[in-house]
Design a protein around this ligand. Structure first.
Ligand SMILES: NC(=O)c1ccc[n+]([C@@H]2O[C@H](COP(=O)([O-])OP(=O)(O)OC[C@H]3O[C@@H](n4cnc5c(N)ncnc54)[C@H](OP(=O)(O)O)[C@@H]3O)[C@@H](O)[C@H]2O)c1
Length: 276
């Protein structure tokens, strides 16, 4: 398979984000020229030799210069002015976009509609602008695990962020995923109860899982996520009870290695879970 890395310069948006940081590191390991974008100069810590760009995807006028000399972009789902954002990328000569979308792009449930529309708007803008593209549509990330939950029997197939990043890196280097929208999941559907059991096994002590009411969950969630998402998330968990989560083999198919299991992810972070 041809290695396109040598001829590319890639702007990684969200370069300090969970997935973006892994994409940046993965591309650097392959000696690909990268530029890292953040809105916050003080937060943007990158290895020597990595170019930095400061700007806000929601305010395309702040991105002047960010796309200069760049022919591919790893893009997060931000873009309150999508036409201007697409125009900026086009004018700079960007050809290929790997977009961090969501599995909700395929989800017909009411609770998913806000997320679905937000991500589809960006997908559609990218395709309509005529870029080559790959849309990554991951399911729930592993780090979303919690132990005070209203629906312990809700099921997810949590995916490890570096697995999403590995698919993105492979997309940039091989260019064999053009025009694909790929649903990415972890390797197993697990109830939240089973996820907590995994953590419990890894740290070698029981972890008490508290089943809370929807009302309590809403009140707690309102302290950590925007109000618009609280109802959506709680409704999603309610709908996921007793329903096996979708599992795809895309991570293994693209990267050639199996997706990280929840148990292995927990082992990697066992030290963190050991903290009181
Ligand atoms: N969590 C899940 O279970 C899940 C499931 C499916 C899909 N997703 C998708 O993945 C995303 C979360 O990924 P993550 O965990 O890597 O996120 P994260 O760690 O919260 O990082 C988000 C990144 O986005 C950047 N960003 C946010 N708004 C921006 C803006 N207006 N302009 C420029 N950059 C902006 C931030 O950059 P700075 O703050 O440095 O500017 C930050 O680095 C979700 O938003 C969703 O699209 C998530």
């Amino acid at each position: 398979m041809m290695d396109h890395g040598a001829t590319m310069k890639i702007l990684v948006t969200g370069a300090m984000g969970g997935v973006g940081r892994s994409v940046l590191d993965g591309l650097l390991r392959k000696q690909v020229a990268v530029r890292a974008l953040s809105r916050h100069p003080e937060k943007l810590q990158v290895p020597d030799g990595v170019e930095k760009a400061i700007g806000d995807l929601n305010e395309p006028e702040t991105l002047k210069g960010a796309f200069d000399g760049v022919n591919a972009v790893f893009l997060y789902a931000q873009g309150k002015n999508l036409p201007a954002l697409m125009e900026n990328m086009k004018r700079a000569g960007v050809e290929y976009v790997v977009f961090l979308s969501t599995i909700d792009a395929t989800n017909e449930h009411d609770y998913a509609q806000h997320n679905r529309q937000r991500h589809l708007a960006v997908e559609n803008a990218i395709a309509a602008a005529g870029f080559h593209y790959t849309f990554l549509r991951p399911g729930a990330f592993v780090e979303e695990s919690i132990v005070r939950i209203p629906y312990p029997d809700a099921q997810q197939a949590p995916i490890d962020e570096p697995d999403i990043a590995a698919v993105a890196v492979s997309a940039f280097l091989s260019r064999s995923l053009d025009a694909q929208a790929i649903v990415l999941t972890g390797p197993q559907s697990l109830t939240q109860r089973q996820q907590v059991e995994c953590i419990s096994n890894a740290v070698g002590r029981p972890i008490r899982m508290e089943t809370i009411s929807e009302e309590q969950a809403r009140a707690w969630l309102a302290t950590i996520i925007p109000p618009g998402y609280v109802t959506l998330l709680v409704s999603q968990w309610r709908d996921e009870v007793g329903v096996t989560a979708q599992v795809t083999d895309a991570v293994e198919r693209v990267t050639g290695r199996p997706a990280t299991t929840y148990a292995d992810w927990v082992k990697r972070y066992a030290k963190v879970f050991h903290k009181p």
